[in-house]
Design a protein around this ligand. Structure first.
Ligand SMILES: [Mn+2]
Length: 462
């Protein structure tokens, strides 16, 4: 964990924003995999980690905004726990590490909250995504699971987002560590990508790196030679010469800060002419984004700029036609680039997505554009120094989508369907870097993973 002061300051910053009521922060519990005693890799809730630091199951945190007091509810281990898990620090001492003096048994949370509810005090909570915590929240507050999302505290959600969207120096150091693990994962995948090797072997090897260097992957690895499927978790194929392999993967540090990178490489190490041409467009879009990111600019406008770079590159290859600006305003590029340019990143790889994507990535000033493709943009709002986000443009040839749009006669003035059909089987290319918005612009987090055609080919050779 960070030093105690960091967590105190975070809770104080929240108290400055929320003036009354009680904030309830449920930690995550162990989660059964195939029977109660055999659990998934444990992951503490990120909001709990942010304010209360303790990375272990069976806890809840409370902030009394009226009295300015912080509480942790959790039980000391008993002899049976000590026999199976070894000796553990007392909860009182765990609390002190997080700067919390008021530590009570978990059972006391119920009467604490019942008392507050009787006094008609507001209980602020964020939407719960784990079923056991949804059940617990219903038990503690009487609010039915189906109503919990609506009854969650918008003022708390907005206050936490305002804090967590801006990363401090300690968080940036952690994100750099996550980047270094991601670098090693991706370079290893590049070197392994020879014809005849299975996707599973590469995916398993780089997941091992994430576990060996930190807390594991920041999301399930996407690794496939079917890169036209955006989130392909199927690793059942054997790599073939002439195909490309897309790897979208990142790691979490032991303090649970994430990295998230995508690279697309030619199986065997040499791009074909056709692959080079499409690859270069995606790289140009990625580079243009890094050059454009700065405070005060909306990411929505940068997304649309990247779409124009892609559309004009595709026009030069005769895959698109007509006026580029008109094509992008109409949404014609989205047949090739059907997703958003990126998202916020922090402790969650899609940071705070459990709060509601629109609250994190949009605000009063910038609303989501409801057009196919751009509608999937997770981050649209005006950028501020300290934001950490991903830059991940892509070009894909999705056979079913090409077929459907062609049958509908959609955007015939902008799309050359016969040319597009000749790319069926090509796959897809995405290139993703992680950026920190600085005072005047942005910088990459971590050392850039080989990305130019020359860098990728020489890394794969050597
Ligand atoms: Mn991403």
């Amino acid at each position: 964990m960070f030093k105690t002061e960091v967590y105190k300051q975070r809770r104080d910053a929240l108290k400055a924003k929320i003036k009354s009521g009680i904030g309830l922060f449920l930690g995550n519990n162990e989660m059964p995999m195939n029977y109660a005693g055999n659990t998934f890799l444990y992951r503490q809730d990120s909001t709990f980690l942010y304010f209360f630091a303790l990375d272990m199951p069976g806890l809840a945190g409370v902030i009394d905004f009226d009295e300015g007091k912080d509480y942790i509810f959790g039980n000391d281990v008993d002899m049976e726990d000590i026999i199976w898990m070894g000796p553990q620090p007392l909860m009182k001492d765990n609390g002190l590490k997080a700067g919390v003096n008021h530590v009570h048994s978990f059972g006391e949370l119920d009467s604490f909250l019942k008392n507050a509810i009787e006094k008609k005090r507001e209980i602020h909570f964020i939407p719960q995504y784990r079923h056991d915590n949804q059940i617990l929240l219903e038990k503690l507050t009487g609010i039915k699971i189906a109503d919990q999302k609506n009854r969650s505290s918008l003022s708390l959600i907005k206050a936490i987002i305002a804090l967590r969207n801006v990363k401090d120096q300690y968080e940036i150091e952690e994100l750099e560590k996550a980047a270094a693990i991601g670098y090693e994962m991706h370079v290893t995948a590049m070197k392994m990508a020879k014809p005849g090797i299975s996707e599973r072997e590469i995916a398993g090897t780089i997941e091992g790196i994430a576990l060996a260097r930190g807390a594991g992957v920041s999301f399930p690895i996407i690794l496939s030679q079917n890169g036209e499927t955006l989130h392909n978790h199927d690793h059942s194929q054997v790599l073939q010469a002439g195909r490309m392999m897309i790897t979208d993967a990142g790691a979490e540090t032991t303090l649970h800060y994430a990295s998230d990178y995508t690279r697309t490489i030619p199986v065997g190490g040499k791009f074909t002419q056709r692959q080079r041409e499409i690859y270069q467009i995606v790289l140009d879009a990625n580079n243009a984004v890094t050059a454009a990111v700065k405070p005060g600019v909306t990411y929505q406008s940068i997304h649309l700029m990247a779409a124009r770079v892609i559309a004009s590159g595709l026009k030069a290859l005769d895959l698109m036609q007509g006026d580029v600006d008109e094509a992008v305003s109409a949404g014609a590029h989205a047949m090739f680039f059907p997703h958003g340019l990126g998202h916020m990143m922090g402790m969650d790889v899609h940071d705070m997505e459990n709060y509601g994507e629109d609250y994190v990535g949009y605000d009063e000033e910038t609303k989501r554009i409801q057009q196919f493709g751009t509608a999937y943009l997770r981050l649209g709002r005006k950028l501020q120094p300290g934001y950490v986000l991903t830059n991940e443009p892509g070009i894909y040839f999705i056979p079913a989508l090409i077929q459907q749009w062609k049958d509908e006669g959609k955007f015939r003035q902008f799309i050359n369907y016969s040319k597009a059909e000749s790319y069926i089987g090509f796959g897809g290319i995405r290139l993703e870097d992680d950026l920190l918005v600085t005072q005047n612009g942005c910088r990459l987090i971590g050392k850039r993973i080989p990305v130019t055609i020359e860098e990728v080919e020489s890394t794969m050779k050597g």
